[in-house]
Ligand binder design. Sequence first.
Ligand code: GLP
Length: 241
Amino acid sequence: MKAQNCRIDILNDRAAACALIADEVEDRVRFGAVLGLATGASPLPLYAEWTRRHREQGLSFRSVTSFNLDEYEGLGRGDPDSFQSFMDRELFSKVNIGRTLVPPGLYRDPEEAAKGYERQIKGSGGIEWQLLGIGRSGHIGFNEPGSARDSRTRRVELAPETREDAVATFGGLDRVPTHAMTMGIGTILEAKRIVLIGWGTEKAALVRRALDGPITEDFPASFLQLHPSVRVVLAEVEGAW
Ligand code: GLP
C-alpha cells in the first residue's frame, strides 16, 4: 500500500488505541458528522471510550447520524443477537446519538431493502468517517471473498469461517444465520475517511495481508488499498502479540 494513503499506529493496549481513535473523530462527533459504525468485539473498547467521554466530559453525539455496516438476515430489534440489539446495548442506549440506522435484516424483497439503505446513505450526504474491523475470511462488513470492488449494499451468503466465528454468540452452528445484508465494498470505499482496527496477532496478520497483499476479491479487505485516506490502528492484547 502506498504510504501516503495510510497511517498505521501500533499501541500497547486497546484503551490507548481507542483514546487515539476517539481523539481523531471527536470534532466530527461534536459538529455532527455522518459516521459508519461496525459490530463485533473489535469496536467495543471504542464504544466504551465514547460512553466515558459522553458521561465524564459531556461529549455530545446529538448531531451525529450513524450507519451500521451489516445485519444478519432474519434478525431485528426483537432478537438479542441482531446487530441492531448489539448497537442498542453497547452504544446507542449509552450516548445521546441523534439518528442511527442499521441495515434491515427483516425484509420481503432484499433488493428493495438494500436500495433503500443506499438511498438513506446518499440522502444523509454520505459517510464521512467509517470504522471497520476485519474478519477471518478477509471480510469488511460482511463482504466475503468474491465481493466485487464496486459492490453495493446487498444480501450476501456468509462464509463458513464467519459462521463458525459466530457459534459462541448463537449457541450452535445451526442457529447462525446463513445470510446477511451488508454495505458493499463500493459503498464503504465512498466514505471520506476509513479507520481500520485490530487487536492482537491474528488481526494484525489479517490487516497486513489486507494492506500488503495483492488487491483481490479473494481477500476483500485488500480493496482498502484503493482508498485515499485510511488509518490503521492496531494494539497488543494482554501484553502479548
Ligand atoms: C463481524 C462483522 C464485521 C467485523 C468482523 C470481525 O461479524 N460483520 O464487521 O469486523 O465480523 O469481528 P470481531 O471484531 O468480533 O473479530
